[in-house]
Design a protein around this ligand. Sequence first.
Ligand code: GTR
Length: 422
Amino acid sequence: MKSLKALSAETLAKAGFLLLIINIVITPLCGQGWEANPAVVERLSKSRSEFNYYESKVPEYVLPDVLADSEGEEIVRPKEWTKTRRGEVLEMFRENVFGRIPATIYSKTFTLVNEDRNAMGGEATLKQIDILINSEGKELKIRLTMFIPNNVKKPVPLFLLIDNRGPANTDPARQTRSEFWPAEEVIARGYGIAVFYNADVDPDNFDDFKNGIHGILDRGERKPDSWGTLAAWAWGASRCMDYFETDSDVDCKKVAVLGHSRGGKTALWAGAEDQRFSLVISNESGCGGAALARRRLGETVARINSSFPHWFCLNYRQYNNKEDSMPFDMHMLLALIAPRALYVACADEDLWGDPKGSYIALYNALPVYKLLKTGSDMPEVMPPLNAPVSGGKVGFHIRDGGHNLLLKDWNWFMDFADKVWK
Ligand code: GTR
């Protein structure tokens, strides 16, 4: 399979040939797309000299063909993807990256603990729901907070944020406001907005999987493919979806799951595991998210497994410094979202999260979107700064500035949702 790199080179060669013949040079194709700012590259290289930030030093690589099945046969019918290949790819990510959810039986209840029909000066209804998980007497509480617009027809489409920054960003009383969860702006556009705090499901620290949902559902010895913390957070997003299915204010055919950074990795995995999410948004998810591992630009598999030993399953460590031996890469994680809507967002200065590697991954997930006849396409050349692009069920932007989730990002997510949800 050709990587975008290879395709672009080919196209550039063709374009160059053409320009030579017709003898006009307007803007060369390569100059139109985003390129990392050399000053940022320089600065980051100095601060983390053991990591590569230079495009010129990205090693040659070949991406596994997402449409070649385990026998090496090319999938050509949509049904073959849905019935066979999707399952194979999903298993690869369960087995090797995020780990498997245990089969332990648990009970679940939803309790409305707070409701204000006159929130935001009458614009919205606030609901807070405690999702209680119980297994053999051990209990876990996930607090789900949501606003539903009052003055629109119900049920409403809704955005669920996997919050990795803490409740200070998601104040239900709206005394404190944060662009990380811009509830007023989302309500003004007629959408519902919901959030849960990832640490409710599993605290974000390595304690040998004793705390959070691991302490409640895990049984026996930990296995190489036992779920890590990202998979636990993704599982938490699905429990919120379980609640939405009981709430007549929510249009469950139009629920987006979204997250930033570690939350973005989680949103992708939540969307892969749970096909009830009709739109998946990954904001600056980087390594272990949308960015291709093989490029080794910015954060690497070895680095993420050592700094965050609780995020992934143990099997992921076998690919530390051995990215080329992976039978998958992150374009295949993105392909698991098809035919549902997928949006990948990056930031100009967030080279640790490899924006270009994220765009190439998205581009290389397109064969599945095309096979499933979703009318999706993206330009070969990466879009420039602050110029969102979408084609059918896929969308992308790279925003100016650093690693963050801002109103500007949300506005572009909502523009995309306006299109795909109509
Ligand atoms: C970084 C980590 C990234 C990203 C980020 C975040 O330290 O290396 O993979 O997840 O944290 O979540 O903000």
